[in-house]
Design a protein around this ligand. Structure first.
Ligand code: NAD
Ligand code: DAU
Length: 348
């Protein structure tokens, strides 16, 4: 079954993954127009979409918790599919302030689902994370779609709660939904608070590279364009009610990754690796720090034929090159200059 996808509403399309999805879909589908609802938190940046045709990208600044606004957008644009990326997404921020995570990730998702509940012909795709499954021991086991939920951070708990809402709304109100759980994404336009862009930004500025704990925690890295392609496959051919795990098949201990990043950064600048490796600083561990994530990925490969295409070291080098070529982007998202622009154009 190929799901007809004519009018898409994307939430969180100004963020890292949502903007990659929009850029890719608009490039591959010349007839498609996308409505993008994003409240533009610190993580949302319209620069990420500067290259897309504004006639095919209808941007609306607004909150996913605003049910009346979503109803209006869905009806006005005859939306047949909602792709829900919008979220508070950074684990460390959730540890310092969980309330916003509950507000957006849980209550916001419920508002969207309630709009779909009143319009059950609309398909809802929920973007979730492998973090809902908890933590794996080093070198043993992988997450599958059948792994029980064991979220360990406020962020992971809020995403787990939203997954449960999606499932329950679908079962109770007979809605058409799909959910994907992706592993750690990397690539251009990622806000420099997550591991890879933070390390690149700090290399550029010659600042310490903070590695939490002993650096042995393992993550499964997935290029953001591979993730966007996986979501597109699920939207088209994913069976309603199904859940798909999307991984990179690419596990790295944090310290090994940071070493690789330092070496590649040095090579990009024609400098000795020791200059950047010397910036590595071990800092206090993240509370409740999950030890290891790893995704099996068999279901999406077998049922939809999707597999990641990126080779990690090539993707990482291209990511480093992108940040080196875009100092203005980094400065704008970091310094608050972009916030001033938003206030001017959209109000506070
Ligand atoms: P991000 O933080 O870069 O972007 C989130 C976007 O959502 C921003 O543009 C922000 O302005 C918007 N947003 C936040 N609250 C909103 C609200 N109340 N209403 C409307 N818009 C709002 O996040 P990301 O890394 O692009 O993650 C996107 C999705 O993918 C999230 O659901 C996240 O949980 C999930 N995910 C992320 C990763 C990863 O490695 N980054 C991996 C797996 C899953
Ligand atoms: O697994 C998917 C998840 O990946 C997504 O759902 C989240 O939205 C995304 O933020 C990410 O969560 P992580 O906590 O794994 O990503 P982060 O980049 O924050 O950290 C990656 C690893 O690096 C983790 O083990 C913590 C460590 N770390 C992170 C930072 C920011 C450091 O050692 N130093 C740092 O400064």
């Amino acid at each position: 079954m190929i799901r007809p996808l004519a009018n898409l509403l994307v939430t969180g399309g100004a963020g890292f993954i949502g903007s990659a999805f929009i850029r890719r879909v608009l490039a591959a589908q010349p007839a498609m127009k996308i409505v993008d609802l994003d409240v533009l938190t610190y993580a949302g940046n319209l620069d990420n979409l500067a290259d897309v045709d504004p006639a095919r990208h209808v941007f609306v600044r607004g909150d996913i918790a605003d049910g009346a606004l979503i109803e209006r957008l869905v009806d006005e644009h005859r939306i047949d599919t909602i792709v829900h990326f919008a979220a508070e997404s950074h684990v460390d921020r959730s540890i310092h302030g969980p309330a916003e995570f509950i507000q957006t990730n849980v209550l916001g998702t419920m508002r969207l689902l309630d709009v779909v509940r009143a319009r059950p012909s609309v398909h809802f795709h929920h973007i979730s994370t492998d973090e809902v499954y908890g933590s794996l021991p080093l070198g043993e086991g992988v997450f599958t779609e059948a792994t029980p939920y064991q979220p360990n951070s406020p962020y992971a708990a809020s995403k787990a709660a939203s997954d449960h809402l999606v499932r329950a709304w679908a079962r109770t109100y007979k809605l058409s939904v799909t959910t994907s759980h992706a592993s750690n994404n990397y690539g251009p336009y990622q806000f420099p608070e997550k591991l890879i862009p933070l390390m690149i930004a700090n290399c550029i500025e010659g600042k310490p590279l903070p590695v939490y704990g002993d650096g042995k925690n393992v993550r499964d890295w997935l290029h953001v364009d591979d993730h966007a392609d996986a979501v597109w496959e699920i939207l088209q051919r994913g069976a309603s009610g199904e859940v798909y795990d999307v991984g990179g098949g690419n596990e790295w201990a944090n310290l090994d990754l940071v070493h690789c990043l330092c070496d590649q950064f040095a090579a990009a600048r024609g400098e000795p690796a020791s200059k950047y490796r010397g910036l590595i600083t071990f800092v206090t561990d993240r509370p409740g720090h999950d030890l290891r994530y790893a995704i099996a990925g068999d279901k999406i490969a077998d049922q939809l034929g999707w597999r990641p295409k990126y080779d990690f070291e090539t993707g990482l080098r291209a990511t480093i090159d992108w940040y080196l070529a875009n100092p203005t982007w980094i400065a704008r998202v970091k310094t608050g200059a972009y916030r001033e622009w938003i206030t001017k154009h959209y109000g506070a």
